[in-house]
Design a protein around this ligand. Structure first.
Ligand code: DOR
Ligand code: ZN
Length: 442
């Protein structure tokens, strides 16, 4: 047999097992995984000896700021950063300018991303106020709908209660999942004004300004809406033990709720760090509880919540600076380092960052696995490579990182999207615009 591409001698990693195998690719799809006869040929053969081949890692939560806020990031720089970080598919959030809340704006954004993104992309829409728009956005290919119960970059106000309920019923009917930024705006305003008058550890003050109470109330609210509207929901960036408990209870009641956390909540704590992000980084007991929830399966997936701002903005005094951290390029290396430290297996990581996000957002089995017929999206990693994270060397427009100076072991070295090398052995192949829109399968 003759193929377009063969990866030889790598170790394939699935959520269940790891084994030595070759992968054959034709027309952008995986056609065979296993031991290939020596007589098989290909236009290109990649020697993956000593490397692990993961199903393409999905970063299902990024803010690429395009259109409208492109001084912070755009689809070109954001997707290059993602590709260097081993990401083959990303999912962009709707708090751009304009906000992605109509099919027209969705299509405009998809057009921009199509021109600039080197990796595949999916787009979230803001939950619109008109029910007709839900159908239109679904038809346009929206990955899911986002609700901000707590305001953040873009100052999007939470929807009124009856609109949220009616629109979630429409989402239930359309079969599209609704993702929540779970914080409670009014509580955040009150506690932030209190904290601004106080002194103390800046990390702990940031957490007190948008307290666990604010997150817990919002998660409970979202779950209640899910229960009575019948919509499937997702809780983005869970930060706390209290949040985990509510999600666990809801799952046990049979409510369709999935949950995500991010590397910064797993790796940083408020006692030691003062990186400003919404919802905030919490104290050590919450960080430990999140790890337990990841290992127990209460938290289903991990994503970066890459939310860049300019260096000047991030250097403003803490109460004036915008919230959000860069993370798409460091997501995989940081988690591989955790694998090397024994906190999770590589198989678990593949489940949390490829298979499950693909399933939650309805793009499985096209994405999220290495079976024949799937898109040939592959993240090749070297588990031995050691590196010191250097913010100046990252590819985002924003040269900021909470992990600057951190030493990690484990690095994505090659990123393949639909059979095309986007990063080959650490080098960008100049495939701007190769990415295409990924939409849920009917
Ligand atoms: O800190 C944050 N920044 N949290 C969010 O939810 C939004 C994000 C952003 O867009 O800057
Ligand atoms: Zn976000």
């Amino acid at each position: 047999m003759h193929y377009d591409l063969i990866l030889r001698n790598g170790t394939i990693v699935t959520p269940k097992e790891s084994f030595k195998a070759d992968i054959a690719v034709k027309n952008g799809k995986i056609v065979q995984t296993g031991s290939l006869e020596n007589s098989c040929t290909a236009d290109d053969v990649y020697d993956a000896a000593g490397m692990y081949i993961l199903p393409g890692i999905i970063d299902a939560h990024v803010h690429f700021r395009d259109p409208g806020l492109t001084e912070k990031e755009d689809f070109e720089t954001g997707s290059i950063a993602a590709a260097f970080g081993g990401i083959t598919t990303l999912a962009d959030m709707p708090n751009t300018a304009p906000v992605t809340s109509t099919a027209l704006r969705f299509n405009e954004k998809a057009g921009i991303a199509k021109e600039k993104s080197c990796v595949d992309f999916a787009l979230f829409a803001l939950l619109p106020n008109e029910s007709a728009e839900i159908e239109a956005l679904k038809k346009a290919g929206a990955l899911g709908f986002k609700v901000f119960l707590g305001t953040s970059t873009g100052d999007i106000a939470p929807p009124s209660q009856h609109v949220l309920f009616e629109q979630m019923k429409a989402c239930a009917e359309a079969g599209v999942r609704v993702g929540f930024h779970a914080e409670t705006s009014a509580l955040n305003s009150y506690f932030t004004s209190q904290c601004m008058k106080k002194t103390g550890s800046p990390g702990l003050l940031l957490s007190e300004a948008r307290p666990v109470f604010s997150e817990a109330l919002a998660i409970q609210t979202a779950i209640c809406y899910a229960q009575y509207s019948g919509a499937k929901i997702h809780i983005h960036h869970v930060t706390s033990l209290d949040g985990v408990r509510l999600i666990d209870e809801a799952k046990q009641k049979g409510i369709s709720v999935t949950a995500e956390t991010c590397p910064h909540y797993l790796l940083l704590n408020a006692e030691k760090y003062a990186h400003k992000v919404y919802p905030p980084i919490r104290g050590e007991e919450h960080r430990k509880a999140l790890w337990k929830a990841v290992n127990d399966g209460v938290i289903d997936m991990i994503a970066s919540d890459h939310a860049p701002h300019t260096k000047q903005e991030k250097e403003l005094p803490v109460w004036e600076a915008p919230a959000g951290l860069c993370g798409t390029e460091t997501f995989v290396p940081l988690m591989l380092n955790e694998v090397n430290m024994g906190r999770l297996s590589l198989n678990d990581f593949v489940r949390l960052a490829s298979e499950t996000p693909a399933k939650i957002w309805g793009i499985y089995p096209k994405k999220g696995n290495l079976l024949s017929g799937a898109d040939a999206d592959l993240t090749v990693v070297d588990m031995n490579k050691k590196e010191k994270i250097d913010k100046e060397k990252l590819h985002s427009k924003s040269k900021t990182s909470p992990y600057d100076g951190m030493k990690v072991q484990g690095k994505p070295i090659t990123t393949i999207v639909r059979g095309k090398f986007i990063i080959r052995d650490g080098r960008f192949t100049e495939n701007k615009g190769f990415g295409s829109l990924v939409s849920p399968e009917p």
